[in-house]
Design a protein around this ligand. Sequence first.
Ligand code: HEM
Length: 369
Amino acid sequence: MSMVLASYLLCAIFLLVLLRILRRKFPVYSKPNLPPGSMGWPFLGETLQLYSHHPDSFFATRQARYGEIFKTHILGCPCVMLASPDAIRFVLVAHSSLFKPTYPPSKERLIGPSALFFHQGAYHSQIKKLVQESLSLDVIRHMVPQVDSIAVSALESWSSAGIVSTFHQMKEFTFDVAVSSIFGHLGACHKEKLKRNYFVLDRGYNCFPLNFPGSLYRKSVMAREALSNIIQDIVQQRKEETTMQKRDLLGYMLNFRGGEKGEPLTENQISDNIIGVLFAAQDTTASLLTWILKYLHDNSDVLESVRAEQAAIYRANEEGKQPLTWAQTRKMVVTNRVIMESMRMASIISFTFREAVADVEYKAIYDDQ
Ligand code: HEM
């Protein structure tokens, strides 16, 4: 009898150990306590549902049904959506080392895999430093008259255009500013080609990623290839110029030397990062400007104060005959407050992506995806 009991006990211990090993090696056996939600159809997940509804209603319905943390499967990625400040702080701040930036492959392809958003570590820091240098206070200070003249010509074109779409016009304006910050002065032909292809790329970025002839996504992929070629052309032209010491992003990238051997950036690293920065800077700033206009429209007393502040500067500059100066932008107290308050109120970036690099447990919810 004691022999039988001992064998049972040994078997039980063996099974427990085996289960533990299996759980460690193959988390699928561990029945993780995933958050509520639906993983949808095999392969497709809930991608079709996302694209057949307004994205806000797709997320709002699930948030109402499952709460602020739910699982889903979109654009080929099993994922957990987080919609509470606490959970987001957990991922982006408190436990950021458990996550890495990973975007759905269809989006990464359009921006370019070498763009800094998809990297961590030394490469990420180096590129980020170049972007920051190209936007240092000293560089921005010298850009004021240029941005001023882009704004004046945008205003003139709106006054003769009749009804305009605010967001679209803001996108055109921020595109012109971003291009001038990235490339400095650029010939009209290159600028026009960049703009045409960039807006095709932009239209397809959030569309259903079906890559067949005629689809929006395919047009975006092709526009992305064209953008790379245009950037290579601009780079080639810049290399032939006598001075490469320009203080625009392209100048900083071309002068960069990294690693022990002082390696320059490759052509793909330059074009992926230029397209990435254009993307990061242009749409966000255009959204913010659109929100500012809406808030000013809704608050006529604030609008009057901003108008009075700007009118005083306009008069001081001889009715616009003198260019706006950096010092004047520093004294726009009311205007700056409006910008800061609009950034606080408007949600410019609706969501971002992260991939767990280890098992993550959050409030007893366990995620092994
Ligand atoms: C109102 C305007 C803007 C908003 C609301 C905004 C918001 C954000 C947010 C939320 C992120 C983090 C995304 C993530 O971690 O997944 C980000 C990253 C980034 N943004 Fe902006 N942004 C704005 C303007 C700009 C501009 C003008 C530039 C111009 C260079 C820029 C360049 C970048 C870059 C390079 C990153 C990646 C940083 C990194 O990977 O460490 N952004 N932005």
